[in-house]
Design a protein around this ligand. Structure first.
Ligand SMILES: Cc1cc2nc3c(=O)[nH]c(=O)nc-3n(C[C@H](O)[C@H](O)[C@H](O)COP(=O)(O)O)c2cc1C
Length: 203
């Protein structure tokens, strides 16, 4: 589902905007829960967050042969363009990023001619959720590689969540995984702040 942008009292006239996208088409997607927890970390750190998850990402297959885009795709590309940072969550499907999430990321190609092309200058919090450690870790690596290819900055801390060991729908605030997911969101905001500060200081 797509959530409206939210913020908190720390939001200023120039808020740090974080776009969180990913999860799966399942109603109780664990990736969707991970996305929300990481977005919560970004929000507590002072960012305005927007969430695009699950079925909100059911876009047509990315087609190099046409510039036509439907409204949902245009909205996502605009949200990426506006964002100071992103959070990307994918389930591990057969050891890698799901088609749903990769297809959404393929549309970032539409930012190639922007003044700030692709994911340039943006931190991206990377999170993978799979039924076992192997796919959780290989999928996390893949997300980082895609972010690098798009000129983004993967957060130093990435989260690999094993959904056979933790049920993200039922976690309590003191579960270690909550801290880990919050940390991913917080690091996206920290990077965006550092970048803004550097832009202000450099001649
Ligand atoms: C098509 C498909 C392929 C999957 N492949 C793997 C896999 O290779 N390794 C693994 O540990 N889990 C695999 N899973 C399980 C999911 O990664 C796991 O259930 C995850 O928590 C699903 O995320 P979701 O709750 O957001 O849908 C697969 C699930 C599906 C539907």
């Amino acid at each position: 589902m797509a959530d409206a942008p939210t913020g908190d009292s720390k939001a200023t006239a120039y808020p740090i905007r974080v776009l969180a996208l990913g999860g799966s088409t399942r109603a109780e997607s664990s990736g969707g829960h991970a996305l929300r927890l990481a977005a919560e970390g970004a929000r507590v750190a002072g960012a305005q967050t927007e969430i695009l998850s699950g079925r909100a990402l059911m876009f047509p297959l990315y087609d190099t042969e046409t510039p036509e885009r439907d409204d949902a795709v245009r909205a996502m590309v605009d949200a990426v363009r506006r964002a100071d940072g992103l959070i990307v969550v994918s389930p591990g499907y057969h050891g890698g990023i799901s088609g749903l999430v990769k297809n959404a990321l393929d549309y970032i190609e539409d930012l190639r001619d922007d003044p700030r092309p692709y994911l340039e200058g943006r931190a991206v919090g990377c999170i993978a959720v799979a039924h076992g450690w192997q796919a959780a870790v290989t999928t996390l690596h893949q997300i980082r590689q895609v972010v690098h290819a798009l000129r983004g900055w993967p957060t130093p801390f990435g989260a690999a969540v094993n959904s056979s060991l933790v049920r993200l729908s039922d976690v309590t605030p003191d579960d270690p995984v909550v801290d880990q997911l919050h940390l991913v969101g917080r690091q996206v905001v920290e990077f965006a702040r550092m970048r803004r500060a550097a832009e202000g200081l450099m001649p």
